[in-house]
Design a protein around this ligand. Structure first.
Ligand SMILES: NC(=O)c1ccc[n+]([C@@H]2O[C@H](COP(=O)([O-])OP(=O)(O)OC[C@H]3O[C@@H](n4cnc5c(N)ncnc54)[C@H](O)[C@@H]3O)[C@@H](O)[C@H]2O)c1
Length: 298
């Protein structure tokens, strides 16, 4: 989408960090923004910031893991601004739980928000973008941990790899339509991602005292300090996403560090591929089989 002026963006997790950075960058480019977030304190602070900046915005409370609430939120956005053109599935929780110690509750919480939220978002809003026919863009915030695995963050990375795969596939699905797709894979960004403290929702607690993350004992204060020292500026990330939407760029990486990590993964994969000549006949047969299956099942 080249011409974004007057277009409407719906941003989940839009009241803090990267989401708020996008809201600011988009509104400075003349867009209207629907800022959707579960946290009352974040929405209140975002309201002040966006109003001060002269943004045209609307705030909605939403838990992205709640299907019915998604439909109501999308209806509300359309009532206020008529249409949604740009969907930003950005809400996420940065709890880094190792797979070997994850409980059912950890899987349900982290996959429910970090992957489930994106699935519900696309399923709810994409048909609405298609219906108005004015073109649009779908983006999701994954992580560099959705391209290369990050230490103790197994459950988080499982969700984020899913988000990357989903956006890559959706981009192919929509290739012939006027709807672009981008996945944002940030490295460290200076946000409130460290602040999940005692916010584990009731339905994901093992018992009533189970309020916090089940992570590898990562100290939130230390993480906060690291992000403040090394993290990118969320507004700058918002500008990178704006550029990606204008140029229909498939990925956004926020800094050079991504390059080394992706090269390491690429090497680790390539070294294990058998060295013999590819069997061209078999490749052709595989391709024919895939075409036949696509024709059969759509
Ligand atoms: N900050 C980083 O270093 C970093 C790196 C890689 C990826 N990410 C990803 O960026 C995205 C944004 O995170 P951030 O760093 O801006 O953190 P943040 O905590 O500042 O912002 C996230 C926002 O999402 C909201 N949110 C959380 N759960 C929600 C839910 N169930 N429904 C609706 N809103 C919900 C929070 O209230 C918060 O306002 C996340 O998906 C995160 O995984 C962040």
């Amino acid at each position: 989408m080249r011409d974004l002026s007057g277009k409407v963006a719906f941003i989940t997790g839009g009241a803090s960090g990267i989401g708020l950075g996008m809201a600011k960058a988009f509104s400075r480019a003349g867009m209207k923004v629907v800022v959707v977030d579960i946290r009352d304190d974040h929405r209140a602070a975002a309201e002040e910031t966006l109003a001060r900046g002269g943004a045209e915005f609307h705030l909605i409370k939403l838990d992205v893991a709640d299907r019915e609430a998604w439909s109501r939120a999308a209806d509300e956005a359309e009532r206020v601004f008529s249409r949604i053109h740009v969907l930003c599935n950005n809400a996420g929780i940065g709890v880094l739980t190792p797979i070997a110690q994850a409980t059912w509750e950890d899987w349900d919480w982290l996959l429910g928000v970090n992957l489930g939220g994106v699935i519900i978002g696309v399923t709810t809003v994409l048909p609405r973008i298609r219906a108005h026919g004015e073109g649009g863009h779908v983006m999701a915030t994954a992580s560099l941990g959705g391209i290369t695995v990050a230490g103790n963050g197994g459950v988080y990375s499982t969700a984020k790899f899913g988000v990357v795969a989903m956006m890559e596939c959706l981009r192919e699905d929509l290739a012939a339509e006027d709807i672009g797709v981008t996945v944002l894979c940030p490295s460290a960004v200076n946000t409130n991602i460290h602040d999940h403290g005692d916010r584990r929702p009731e339905r994901y607690r093992v018992d009533s005292s189970d309020l916090g993350p089940h992570d590898a004992g990562l100290d939130p204060e230390m993480l906060k300090g690291m992000l403040a020292s090394f993290g990118s500026d969320p507004l700058e990330v918002g500008r990178q996403v704006l550029h990606a939407i204008r140029h229909d760029q498939p990925y956004v990486f926020t800094e050079r560090m991504a390059k080394g990590l992706i090269e390491l993964r690429r090497e680790a994969l390539l070294v294990l591929i058998p060295d013999e000549e590819p069997d061209l006949e078999r490749l052709a047969a595989d391709r024919a089989m895939r075409r036949a299956l696509t024709e059969l099942f759509g």
